[in-house]
Design a protein. Sequence first.
Length: 142
Amino acid sequence: MKKMILYATGVLIVVFFLIQLIPYGHDHTNPPVLSEPQWDSPQTRELAVRACYDCHSNETRWPWYSNIAPVSWLVYYDTVEGRSQLNFSEWEQGGRGEGVDEILEVLDEGEMPPFLYLIMHPSARLSDEELRAFRNGIANSR
Ligand code: HEC
């Protein structure tokens, strides 16, 4: 039994090191910021940066663990997929996606930021008051 556990642990360690060699998720490029919404106020932008920018802008912060598989895959996927649907840094280049109405919708449904992200980034959680301010601000930004 002891041997089995040792063996299984060894296999896991080898697999862990092997998956680090998979190139997927290593690209942590932040493309240039091309345009942004015309924010109604600096606060609205601050709230967006805090709660949304890691996945919906070209100013992603890549924490150390975003270099370590399998977390790196998740972070990478979120950023690529997130930017493709909404990118505050390419607002005039199609980054607005379906636009302000859709942003209000996901906020009202509590769909964004994603649950798992909030566990890892408690500071991205907006209080009720902040959420109201953000909602208002987004509605008044162009
Ligand atoms: C951890 C990364 C992450 C964060 C942080 C994040 N999003 Fe997203 N978002 C995604 C991903 C991935 C998608 C596309 C897949 C999906 O819809 O779940 C998405 C999709 C969207 C969409 C498109 C509609 C939809 O439901 O597919 C909107 C609008 C959106 N996000 C708004 C926001 C706003 C506003 C914030 C900040 C309050 C935010 N997101 C924070 C990852 C993120």
